[in-house]
Design a protein around this ligand. Structure first.
Ligand code: ZN
Length: 243
């Protein structure tokens, strides 16, 4: 029996969104494995709680660029002003345990059915994006797997390679035998595709089925926590519109 996966990314310290997603996954029975594609922290007001919740949930986790920055493995030079201000705040919140957990995360997860990474498999530690056809082709060239899962852009979409390359935003895709896909699973805690609902993906490897799921959650509560923490108000506003 090939497993069914729930795959999510870019939680960004948003505990309200994370809890809603974990609850939704729980309701769908027959999920055998959960995978988190990184950026547990950064931007949101509950980084410690998010790290703890994900540890409890016993999922496979790969590291994101914000996790890298949180433990000092990446300079804030690469961050814009908002992200950088939030990251300085986040570093102060994290305790020894959370920091050690983030510090030990691998860059890539791989099993017989798939490969998963925060940005791209091309130099995963530089956290490039997969936005264009060129990015997608370069990623396909680094792996033999039919199924590759990424996050990082906070924009759910699927690149399909079946001799030609197509980009789709269909929420339910059955990948034909012989075709390969790069699935961007969107973001739990800070969607940027104009839909404020949290996003994750169900992957049924037996049936080569990829399904993008949206989950409504209390966005106002998450925004209020950001304002109360004294983080930049723009980080609260963007949650309300999903940008
Ligand atoms: Zn992110």
């Amino acid at each position: 029996m090939m497993p069914r996966y729930a795959i999510f990314s870019d939680v960004h310290g948003n505990i309200d969104a994370l809890d809603a997603v974990l609850e939704d996954i729980e309701k769908k029975d027959a999920v055998d494995k959960m995978i988190c594609l990184g950026d547990l922290v950064g931007y949101g007001a509950r980084p410690v709680e998010c790290v703890r919740r994900i540890r409890q949930a016993k999922c496979e986790v790969v590291v994101g660029n914000h996790d890298y920055a949180a433990v000092g493995k990446m300079s804030l030079y690469f961050f814009n002003e908002l992200a950088s201000e939030a990251m300085l705040w986040t570093r102060e919140q994290l305790g020894k345990e959370e920091t050690a957990f983030l510090d030990a995360l691998p860059l890539v997860y791989e099993d017989e059915n798939m490969v998963a990474v925060h940005g791209t498999l091309v130099e995963p530690e530089s956290f490039g994006y997969v936005l264009s056809d060129v990015d997608a082709v370069r990623l396909f060239a680094t792996t033999e797997k039919d199924f590759c899962f990424t996050g990082h852009s906070h924009f759910p979409c699927v690149f399909i390679y079946d001799g030609g390359l197509h980009l789709t935003r269909d929420s339910r895709i059955v990948v034909p035998e012989g075709a390969r896909v790069i699935v961007n699973v969107g973001s739990v805690g800070q969607p940027r595709d104009g839909d404020p609902r949290a996003c994750y993906v169900i992957f049924d490897s037996d049936n080569r089925l990829v399904e993008t799921v949206r989950v409504a959650y209390d966005v106002e509560a998450a925004a209020a926590k950001i304002r109360e923490a004294g983080l930049p108000p723009a980080l609260a506003e963007r949650l309300l519109v999903g940008m």
